[in-house]
Design a protein around this ligand. Sequence first.
Ligand code: DAH
Length: 440
Amino acid sequence: MHKTRLSLSFPQSFARRRISSSVNARPGFVEILGAQYPTDSITNITPAIIAKLPMRLHARPAHPLNTLRHLIESHYSDFAHLSSLSPLVSPFKNFDELSFPQDHPGRAVTDSYYVNRDLMLRTHTSVHEVDVFRSGKDRWLLTADVYRRDEIDGSHYPIFHQVEGARIFPADVSGMKEVAEDNARLRHLLAKANIVIEDVPHITATNPSQPTHDPMYSELVAENLKLSLNSLMLTLFGGPGIGGATPDAPLRVRWIEAYFPFTSPSFEVEVFFRGKWLEILGSGVVRQATLDTANVSNKLGWAFGLGLERIAMILYSIPDIRLFWSTDERFLSQFTDKAITTFQPYSKYPSCFKDVSFWTRQDIPLHENDFCDVVRDVAGDLVEDVKQIDSFCHPKTNRTSLCYRINYRSMDRSLSNEEANEIQLQVISRLEEQFGVEIR
Ligand code: DAH
């Protein structure tokens, strides 16, 4: 999630932006979802990513992401359900409008995909909060694909899906009466349920209510957020059929103090499931600045955002995040609409790893995410993981040498060594061409 990103960077140099090869765009432009956009020195969106933009996995009937989304939507049946907003947003909307600081690592070109300086792929569904609140909706869910440059392994993919949920109330006595009544109703429901909740205080010195909020109002809203999400956790993880709670082992949920630029107080939720604590979502009391920008200053409320892949991998026992993108019938035919079932793995094909060692150029930065994007662009979903196995700086010349191990494996068929060699050669020539590396 946004709070844990570490890498800081700056716009990359000229050499790496070779993106027009697989799209029908004029020079200096890139075609995305049928429209052409100018590129500039920070453009880093790749053809592999552009090709996936129209896929909309969360809208495909019986796809696990669609089923999970429907489960959440049916839990929040009286909320508006949105799912068709464009992934192309301005960096201003993605970050500034949500009070992200100027130096937030999520803004770096190493971490996010930019079409150009003024347009990027959304990195989270929170980007739409202002617009949805402005449209007058006071309780809503929004499902969408989000994009982050990342490493390559079984649980990271540069595209994943989030559900954002929010509810706002009139910031007055009548609104707070509504919250208190809803809290009483939810508390009553949860008291009868098979769930144990480890809580943290709603508001503390390190997780304060906002200066413009009456602390009592903020407290009531934070409580509503927690009760509402506890009952969602019960819907998602509480059923005995999926390895969840049983009469002698209730569902365990714990709340953790957190920080997000656009909420205060802020929380994370973890669920104890099949022997492990799993981080499920981020949430909090919406920053008043967001509601002011949306022209609903007279309201206050809460929001949360959760990642669908992580939850679906757990509930369906799906071992590799690439499988969500599989078009293999052995994957797709396993699932039926509106039911969560256990994934039956079909044969696992042999893997084959290839190493590449090279000297980097001092004047062309090569971030690990740049390396991974080259690999994804050439190898697509044939790559299972990428690891840096060596890094060293020559004491005399001060040059840096890196060695990466790329593990190739198809999920659908056997990959021959010749094919893997061929892909590896393409990876190498892209590295030479875009980053000027010198193979060792
Ligand atoms: N947008 C956050 C992320 O992707 C998740 C999140 C946290 C959403 C807190 C929220 C929220 O609505 O209130 O990491």
